[in-house]
Write a protein that binds this ligand. Structure first.
Ligand code: SF4
Length: 314
């Protein structure tokens, strides 16, 4: 069974080789409404497991063929932290990875387990999903295995955020009518303000979902982004239906918009029409708009506002 895929180029994480820790079937402790895999009963441990030697042989071959890799990403058809040999696998990867950085994409649920918590501390980068923080909405969107509770997950995410020395990313996936209410966004905002992380990616359904649910437009995601604390490093990661919301902004409106919420060039190209992009260029050329790159992606904001973007405490 092939466990290595890629390289995949991502604007957010560079060039990455992926390791699929559940290549044969979906094995996850959630059964999210929006999952791009088919619906499946959630499980709390893997029933089918690949051995570490097989993964390492395939990884070594792939690294020989691709010398320009930025990241080795641990992922799965399901939840990668359910892989029972994660500890040993990371040890082996660390021994051969050189300058390449490790990254794991997890739904955060197993952080409540002290062993998994400590294993993830050893990775260079961790991306935690957190789609909801109230029990009702969490159960509705993520459909976890029995016994998994969002209050203990949030507590573990908080502890992890203060203990972790690497680059921590958060991800929230919004589903129309499920976790996009003002109350849920306020509850998420209250939790996110207690965390230290490099970037918070917000997105929506980009691929056919497991269940009949709908995503949000780029404009709706932009509105949601505006409801979070302006100091949070929110990044709109989804480009679905983006073309419909380009409009005209005066120079003052550009400055005010970026003052409220710094944006990436991609975001601005989706929000601003052509004359507005010309006004923006003038503001950049004259130094009134500058960039800040602490989150790994350049964000544009008014000069003098650089202090407003939170920096990772290391
Ligand atoms: S956590 Fe990921 S793999 Fe698991 S059900 Fe949700 S979207 Fe699918």
């Amino acid at each position: 069974m092939k466990t290595i895929f890629g390289p995949v180029n991502s604007r957010r994480f560079g060039t990455s080789l992926g390791i699929d820790l559940s290549p044969a079937l979906k094995q996850c402790n959630f059964d999210c409404l929006y999952c791009e895999l088919a619906p499946a009963q959630p499980v709390i441990r893997q029933q089918q497991t690949v051995d570490v030697d097989t993964i390492m042989t395939e990884l070594a071959e792939a690294l020989k063929r691709h010398s320009d890799i930025d990241d080795i990403t641990l992922t799965a058809n399901g939840e990668p932290t359910l892989y029972p040999h994660l500890d040993r696998l990371i040890e082996h990867i660390d021994a051969i990875k050189g300058d390449t950085r490790t990254l794991i994409l997890t739904n955060s649920a197993t952080l409540v387990d002290p062993d998994t918590f400590n294993i993830l501390l050893r990775l260079d980068q961790v991306k935690l999903s957190l789609d909801a923080v109230t029990p009702e909405v969490f159960k509705k969107i993520d459909r976890p295995a029995p016994g998994i509770r969002i209050d203990t997950i949030v507590d573990a995410v908080r502890r992890f955020s203060s203990a972790y020395k690497g680059d921590l990313y958060l991800e929230i996936l919004f589903v129309h009518g499920i976790n996009d209410s003002d109350d849920e966004i306020a509850a998420l905002d209250a939790v996110l303000r207690t965390l230290v992380c490099k970037r918070i990616d917000i997105g929506t359904i980009d691929r056919p979902p497991a269940y009949p649910v709908q995503g949000l437009s780029y404009g709706e995601l932009h509105t949601i982004a505006g409801k979070f604390d302006t100091d949070l490093p929110i990044h709109i990661a989804s480009r679905t239906h983006a073309e419909s919301c380009r409009s005209s902004y005066s120079e003052n409106e550009i400055v005010n918009t970026l003052d409220k919420r710094p944006l990436t060039m991609d975001d601005m190209q989706l929000l601003f029409d052509t004359p507005t992009m010309e006004r923006l260029k003038k503001l950049i050329d004259t130094g009134k708009i500058v960039t800040e790159t602490g989150s790994g992606i350049p964000f544009y904001l008014p000069a003098g506002n650089l202090h407003r973007k939170r920096q990772k405490n290391t």
